[in-house]
Design a protein. Structure first.
Length: 228
């Protein structure tokens, strides 16, 4: 038996707003929650059918899948036996602890192979500024720096051969359509309901960047002379 790590990432998760609402700690489900869900699905379908009929329908961006190295269960069990541990003879609590450690290792391997699509890369760059307005030049510079770091860390970057402007333009079409960001002068404004979604998509690749994100945030907070 083998466990095969599979990393999946998207430019758009159709149920992203619903998932975010479920994470709200103080949210209470109304009595008509199922009816509200049906209405939301209905609005989504109506909106998309209208876009198709008017010729304004656009694809939802890219989805990417990365398949990692299979993990042999026999090899794991053999490693326990070399330690003098027989998994199935352990007390239940200790056995479950060993299984949890194995599952944590599998999740870590999945996290390490998550592919990077344009929207998560753009959102990670936007989030790193901790600002509602980000100049275009600074955003593109940050995206390119993040992409370089991901290359060095063996990140699976979708269409890494393209220039950073093209990558951003692909992401911007999706973010503008979702009303997450909007063009304002020489930069982009994070719209009121867009911050949570930016965090949602950025979180899919932030672990791949290691300490890079916090490092650039700390640098941005320094006075200009110190930063130079």
């Amino acid at each position: 038996m083998y466990v095969v790590p599979v990393g999946i990432n998207y430019d758009r998760v159709l149920e992203d707003r619903t998932l975010l609402r479920e994470l709200e700690v103080h949210a209470r489900r109304p009595v008509t929650s199922r009816l509200d869900q049906v209405r939301e699905v209905g609005r989504f379908l109506f909106w998309n059918v209208t876009r198709v009929l008017t010729g304004r329908w656009r694809r939802y961006g890219r989805a990417a899948v990365t398949i990692g190295q299979p993990i042999a269960i026999d090899t794991w069990l053999s490693s326990l036996e070399r330690e003098g541990v027989s998994l199935f003879e352990l007390p239940r609590a200790e056995r479950l602890g060993r299984l949890q450690a194995f599952c944590d290792e599998v999740l870590a391997r999945i996290g390490a192979i998550i592919p990077v699509t344009p929207v998560p890369l753009t959102c990670a760059a936007l989030q790193s500024f901790d600002a509602d307005f980000v100049p275009r030049a600074q955003l593109l510079e940050r995206m390119e720096a993040m992409r370089d770091v991901l290359r060095e860390l063996n990140g699976r970057i979708v269409r890494a051969d393209r220039n950073i402007e093209e990558t951003f333009d692909r992401a911007y079409r999706m973010l503008r359509m979702r009303r997450i960001i909007a063009r304002a002068g020489d930069g982009y404004l994070v719209l009121p309901k867009g911050r949570a979604l930016i965090t949602y998509y950025a979180n899919s690749i932030v672990p791949l960047l290691g300490p890079f994100t916090e490092g650039v945030r700390a640098r941005d907070r320094l006075p200009v002379d110190d930063a130079m």
